[in-house]
Write a protein that binds this ligand. Structure first.
Ligand code: GLN
Length: 232
């Protein structure tokens, strides 16, 4: 059957910094919604995981190369990705949002980005959106490997805006980043757990079965509330 582990331990790749979905706590332990959800699902379905927090694009590459059995990284289920990945049932809904510094008053629509520089994280749905609309709005694009350097670049003014997932931007603001989101967010697809197309089908089946169970028994809500409070 598809719903039993075939491997002793599944190697799962993830982002290096995508709070509140995966990030290091003060003890340098990786925690977050993705981490806790996958752990709860693995426990429920009796499979073992070893997670590696390598960054978003690297997680995509490792999964495609078969160096990781699957990935969970706040990864949006998009039509393009469905060509090369099999996704689980969606486990979270998130749009992408343009962020500017709180003190920025001259960016109220994409048109206002003319001549400005917009940051994106490599390989993300935000990058696809920002690249696609680059000529239309006449901005430059700067690509980052991780969120910390991108956020820092906004703070120091080397970029004028960045695009990232809305719950991640909101969380950063709650954590003290002085950002604002002046434009209505873009729909980029719901988050899914992913495997390379055609590989490890049992992982998808087990994830879906476990997700149903932890939604039914309240564990899912507890995990989301733990990291997002009443904001979820
Ligand atoms: N949800 C976005 C995507 O799938 C961003 C994911 C991320 O940065 N970890 O591209």
């Amino acid at each position: 059957a598809d719903d039993k582990p075939v491997k002793d331990t599944y190697k799962i790749a993830s982002d290096s910094l995508f709070a509140p979905f995966e990030f290091q706590n003060s003890d340098k332990q990786y925690v977050g919604i993705d981490v806790d959800l996958l752990k709860a699902i693995a426990k429920t379905e009796n499979f073992k995981i070893a997670m590696d927090f390598v960054g978003f694009q690297t997680a995509v590459d490792q999964t495609q190369a078969g160096h990781a059995d699957g990935m969970i990284a706040g990864m949006s289920i998009t039509a393009e990705r469905k060509n090369v990945f099999d996704f689980s049932d969606p486990y979270f809904t998130a749009n992408a949002s343009l962020a500017v510094k709180k003190t920025t008053t001259d960016i109220k629509s994409y048109k206002d980005l003319k001549g400005k520089t917009v940051g994106v994280k490599n390989g993300t749905a935000s990058q696809a959106f920002i690249d696609k609309n680059k000529d239309k709005y006449g901005y430059k694009v700067k690509v980052f490997d991780a969120a910390d350097t991108m956020y820092q670049s906004l703070n120091t003014g080397s970029i004028n805006a960045f695009m990232d997932d809305e719950p991640v931007v909101k969380y950063a603001i709650i954590q003290g980043q002085e950002f604002a989101t002046p434009i209505t967010p873009e729909k980029i697809g719901e988050y899914g757990f992913a495997v390379k197309k055609g590989e490890n089908p049992e992982l998808i089946s087990m994830f879906n079965a476990g997700l149903k169970k932890i939604k039914a028994n309240g564990q899912y809500d507890k995990i989301v509330a733990k990291y997002m409070g009443n904001d979820a």
